[in-house]
Design a protein around this ligand. Structure first.
Ligand code: G2I
Length: 457
C-alpha cells in the first residue's frame, strides 16, 4: 500500500552553503588550525560529501533496477553505500525452508564491490514479508527456523555487510512502548537477543542494528526501544547500532537530534536507514534538518535514502532526492550543502566491499570427519589454507564402490560417485593464511577413507 503523508507545516531552513575558494579555505585552515575543525573544498556528490566526515550516504535499490542505465548512473555517481530494498528479506532468500536463494542479493553485493560501495543488510528477521512456510510455524519450530535463517544468511554474506538490520520493526506503535505482537514475539521475549547472538556468531565483523520507524523523536515507541538497547548493553547482548528509518511527512520532531543523541549515549552507533520525506514546501528543509542532526551526533555514522528517484519509491508522494527524470530536486541541494558544511572529528567511513582477492598460487589441505551408520554417512570436510591466503579451493575425494553423494552444503560437487571434486561456492573461496572453512556432504553406502587432496585455485 502506498503511503500518503499529511501533517502541519514547519518553518523552512535555509541551507548554509560554504562559499569559499580553495585558496581561501587553505588559508583559513592554516590560520585557524588550532581553534577550528578543518575546512575543505565542497564535494559534488552525496557520497563524497558525506565521506568528508567519515560517513556514508546510501540508497535502497533492487537488482532489476541496475540495468536501467539512467538510474544506475545516478546510483553509482552519488551513493557510496547500498541496501537491498527487498531482496535480502526472508521471503526473498529462503522461499522454502532451508532452501536459500541468494542470487538477487549477491548481484547487489557484486555491484557494490565493483563500484566501491559498502552494503547495509536489510533485514534478517521481521514480522512482515515472511515466506508462507514461516508464517505457518509457531513455537520452537519457528524459533529454530528463525535462528537458522539468521545464521545461514549472515554466514552467506559474512565479511560483505557493513551493518545488518538484525531485527526490524519489533515494537508496537502508539503509547505502550511495548513489543509488537507477532509470531516471532510469541516464541518468547528473548527472540531478539537470540537473533543478535546468532548474527554475531555468523558474522563477527558486521555491525548489528535494531531498526524501526515512528522513532523520529522522543516518544513512547522510541523509549521502549531505548530501554531494550540499554538492557542489551548492560547484559552484554551484542548490539552495535540502532536504525531510525525516518519515513517522514511534512513535519519533523523538534527533538529528532536529541533522540539520536540519547541512543548514541548508550554506546551504540545510530544510522538514518530509510529516509524519505513527503513532497511539499518543507521537503528540502526537513531533509536538511535530518542531515544536520546526523552530522551533529558523532556516533551517527551514515544516512540511507529509501530509493534513488521518485519513480521508484514505495510512496506516491515523490519523497526522494531525484525526480522521475533523474533531475536533482531542491532537497538534493539542501542535503549536499549540509554535508559540505560540516567537518571535524567524526566516524570512520565504512570500507567499501572491495576486498581484492589474494593472488593465485597458495596451498591448502583438507581433512574429513565422518559420521557413519549402516548404509549412510555424513562427511564434514575442513579446508585449511597454508601459509598464504587462497582465493578458491577444490577438494578431491574418492568414494568406495557403491557409495553415492546425495546432498552437499557449502560446496559444489562435480558428481555423485567415484572420484568427486568439491569446489568452493561464492562466499567461502577466500581463506586467510592458516585459516579454514568447512563444507559437508551426505551419502548412501560407505563413507570415504584416506586423506583427500586439496588444490588452491
Ligand atoms: O514499507 C516501507 C519500508 C518500511 N521499513 C522496512 C522496509 O523493508 C519497507 O520497505 C518496503 C519496500 O519499499 C516495498 O517495496 O517494504 C515493502 C514490503 O516488503 C515493499 O513492498 C513490497 C510489496 O508490498 C510487494 O507487493 C512486492 O511484491 O515489494 C514487493 C517486491 O517488489
Amino acid at each position: 500500500m502506498k503511503l500518503r503523508a499529511t501533517g502541519g507545516r514547519i518553518a523552512g531552513l535555509r541551507p548554509r552553503t560554504m562559499l569559499m575558494s580553495g585558496a581561501a579555505a587553505a588559508a583559513l585552515l592554516v590560520s585557524t588550525a588550532l581553534i577550528a575543525p578543518s575546512a575543505h573544498a565542497a564535494a559534488s556528490t552525496l557520497g563524497a560529501a558525506a565521506a568528508q566526515s567519515g560517513r556514508y550516504f546510501g540508497a535502497a535499490t533492487n537488482s532489476f533496477q541496475l540495468s536501467n542505465s539512467a538510474y544506475a548512473t545516478i546510483l553509482n555517481r552519488e551513493f557510496n553505500s547500498i541496501v537491498a530494498e527487498n531482496e535480502m528479506k526472508w521471503y526473498a532468500n529462503e522461499p522454502q525452508q532451508n532452501s536459500f536463494s541468494f542470487s538477487a542479493g549477491d548481484r547487489l553485493v557484486a555491484h557494490a564491490r565493483a563500484n566501491g560501495m559498502s552494503v547495509r543488510g536489510h533485514t534478517l528477521l521481521w514480522h512482515a514479508q515472511q515466506p508462507g512456510w514461516a508464517q505457518n510455524l509457531s513455537g520452537t519450530a519457528l524459533r529454530n527456523a528463525a535462528i537458522n535463517h539468521v545464521t545461514r544468511v549472515a554466514t552467506h554474506y559474512r565479511g560483505q555487510i557493513h551493518s545488518w538490520d538484525v531485527v526490524n520493526e519489533a515494537f508496537a506503535d502508539g503509547g505502550s512502548g511495548a513489543r509488537r505482537d507477532s509470531n516471532l514475539q510469541r516464541t518468547g521475549n528473548d527472540w531478539i537477543e537470540a537473533a543478535f547472538r546468532a548474527a554475531r556468531a555468523a558474522d563477527p565483523g558486521a555491525k548489528l542494528c535494531y531498526n524501526d520507524y515512528n522513532t523520529d523523536g522522543i516518544n513512547a515507541k522510541s523509549t521502549g526501544i531505548y530501554n531494550m538497547v540499554r538492557d542489551f548493553k548492560q547484559r552484554g547482548v551484542p548490539i552495535d547500532c540502532v536504525g531510525f528509518q525516518s519515513h517522514l511527512g511534512t513535519t519533523l520532531a523538534s527533538d529528532y537530534q536529541a533522540n539520536l543523541q540519547r541512543f548514541a549515549d548508550l554506546g551504540v552507533d545510530v544510522q538514518i536507514t530509510e529516509l524519505d520525506v513527503a513532497q511539499g514546501a518543507n521537503q528540502a528543509s526537513i531533509y536538511e534538518r535530518v542531515t544536520r542532526a546526523c552530522l551533529a551526533v558523532t556516533r551517527c555514522t551514515g544516512i540511507t535514502v529509501w530509493g534513488v528517484w521518485d519513480a521508484a519509491s514505495w510512496r506516491d508522494d515523490n519523497p526522494l532526492l531525484f525526480d522521475g527524470n533523474g533531475n536533482k530536486k531542491p532537497a538534493y541541494t539542501s542535503v549536499l550543502n549540509a554535508l559540505n558544511s560540516v567537518s571535524g572529528p567524526n566516524p570512520t567511513n565504512p570500507p567499501p566491499t572491495t576486498t581484492p582477492p589474494p593472488p593465485a598460487g597458495g596451498a591448502c589441505s583438507a581433512s574429513v570427519s565422518l559420521n557413519s551408520w549402516n548404509g549412510g554417512f555424513v562427511a564434514t570436510v575442513r579446508v585449511t589454507a597454508g601459509s598464504a591466503a587462497i582465493r578458491g579451493w577444490t577438494v578431491r575425494i574418492t568414494l568406495p564402490g557403491g557409495a553415492a553423494v546425495t546432498g552437499t552444503w557449502n560446496a559444489q560437487a562435480s558428481g555423485s560417485t567415484g572420484t568427486v571434486n568439491f569446489s568452493n561456492v561464492g562466499y567461502n573461496g577466500q581463506v586467510g593464511a592458516g585459516g579454514s572453512t568447512e563444507f559437508g556432504f551426505q551419502g548412501t553406502g560407505t563413507g570415504p577413507s584416506g586423506t583427500p587432496t586439496c588444490t588452491a585455485t
